[in-house]
Each structure stands twice: as structure tokens, then as C-alpha cells.
Design a protein around this ligand. Structure first.
Ligand SMILES: [Fe+2]
Length: 246
């Protein structure tokens, strides 16, 4: 292991003012934190990495995770109150959503009922099996409404792995890419890591996120605490800070 790959402490991986923009930290609302205690535990574990700013993004996914602006804001308030109660005055958390690009999302868009990560940025995802048949239309509608689509974890969409030009098309269609930091670990398999590295090398990512769902994810993040990852991700960390600070 060369100097470049040197291990660092886990609280040295993220810059001090890093803002995480993708996670599932609200209690009992999706496949992330199960209850309020779990929410706080996940936040505390991320805090141990030095992360103090969270723009958390529960799933809004058809009839699987039928979250609304109201349910999300209620849970956000619960977590904020609990953090204050426990004395975490230096933690900032706000909630928006990770929207599956399905019919429900199109309806929300038409009704102007969209929670942005911040400003005009909307976090969107697609199925891991296939892109929506009307993907171009949805991406157009998002931007027509004045939003900027931030595509979550493009490296995880296996149907694009053998045709890299599809990624270029998505960027040309106005998407900004958000890397899941755990795609650089063993979490999603070698193919995903390979594609993530290629997208990084080509400079195609704008933002990064932890996509934390549970403690195992955070534990795995420790394996990425090295100089190489830090250097590789520094431009993305800086973009997160620039666009999403509180
Ligand atoms: Fe997610």
C-alpha cells in the first residue's frame, strides 16, 4: 500500500462543513431508520465521521413508499426536536425526498408539490430493472418546471453498464449525477464499483451522498477512510458544500 492509499481516521474523510444530500434517516417512513431511536443512532454514527449537515431524502415511490410533503415534514420536525432535546445543537437536518420517476412523481410535479434538496435541485431515481419508458419526457418536465434533476446513484443502474453513451445522454438531457460513496466499497458489487470509478474518471459526477439506510452502511464507510478516496472525492465534496450548505 503506497502513501497515496494511506488509511486516515474516519473523521478525516469528509471535510468539516460537508453536507450529505442523500440518506434515509427519518423514522418509520421508508426502508431506512426504523424508529426515532434508530434515526438518532444513525445520525450519531454519521456525526462520528464529522458530518453535521444532513439533507435527508426519504423515498417517495408509487404505492410502496407513499410519502407526501406532509408526512415527510412531520417526521423532519420529530427528528429535529429530538436532536435539540439531546443537546445536538450543531447538527442541521432538513428533509426532502428521493423521488422515483413514476406516474406518482409526474402527478406531484404537475401539482407543484415537490420537495427540493435545496433551491432547484430535485433528487430522482429510477428502477434498478429498467428506465421509465418516458424518461426523456419526465426529465423535460422537471426542467420545464424550473428544477434541476439530480440523478441518484447512476452507477447502480445495471442496464446502462454496457452502454456508457447512455450516461452521456442523461447528462445531455440535463441530469446531474450523484455518486453513492458506498459504490466505491463492496456494498453493491464489483461492476458498480467499476462503473463508479469510470464515471469519476470522466468527471461525470457533480455531487456525492451516503445513501445511508442502516448501521451496516455506516460501518462500511469506514473501509473508505483513506487518502485515495478523499482525494478522488474532494471536488464532489466541494460541490456539495457550495450548493447545499445550511
Ligand atoms: Fe436512496
Amino acid at each position: 500500500m503506497g502513501l497515496f492509499n494511506k488509511k486516515i481516521n474516519k473523521n478525516e474523510l469528509y471535510p468539516d462543513n460537508y453536507v450529505d444530500i442523500h440518506s434515509h434517516l427519518l423514522p418509520g417512513i421508508d426502508d431506512g431508520a426504523k424508529n426515532l431511536d434508530d434515526s438518532i443512532t444513525l445520525i450519531e454514527r454519521l456525526y462520528a465521521f464529522g458530518i453535521k449537515q444532513f439533507r435527508t431524502t426519504p423515498h417517495v415511490l408509487g404505492d410502496v413508499w407513499e410519502n407526501s410533503t406532509t408526512t415527510i415534514k412531520e417526521k423532519e420536525a420529530l427528528v429535529q426536536a429530538e436532536l435539540t432535546k439531546r443537546g445536538y445543537h450543531d447538527i442541521k437536518i432538513s428533509a426532502s425526498a428521493e423521488y422515483m420517476m413514476d406516474n406518482n412523481f409526474s402527478d406531484l410535479l404537475a401539482a407543484d408539490d415537490i420537495l427540493t434538496i435545496k433551491d432547484k435541485y430535485v433528487l430522482v431515481e429510477m428502477s434498478f430493472f429498467n428506465p421509465p419508458f418516458n424518461l426523456d419526457e419526465i426529465l423535460f418536465q422537471i426542467q420545464y418546471k424550473g428544477y434541476i434533476p439530480v440523478l441518484a446513484h447512476p452507477e447502480r443502474y445495471g442496464f446502462y453498464h454496457n452502454d456508457f453513451s447512455e450516461y452521456k445522454k442523461l447528462i445531455d438531457a440535463g441530469c446531474l449525477f450523484q455518486l453513492n460513496i458506498l459504490s466505491l466499497s463492496t456494498q453493491y458489487g464489483k461492476e458498480v464499483t467499476k462503473i463508479a470509478q469510470k464515471l469519476l474518471k470522466e468527471g461525470m459526477y457533480t455531487f456525492v451522498g451516503s445513501d445511508t439506510h442502516h448501521k451496516r452502511h455506516i460501518k462500511l464507510m469506514e473501509t473508505l477512510a483513506n487518502q485515495k478516496t478523499k482525494k478522488l472525492l474532494t471536488p464532489l465534496f466541494q460541490n456539495n458544500i457550495k450548493e447545499f450548505s445550511f
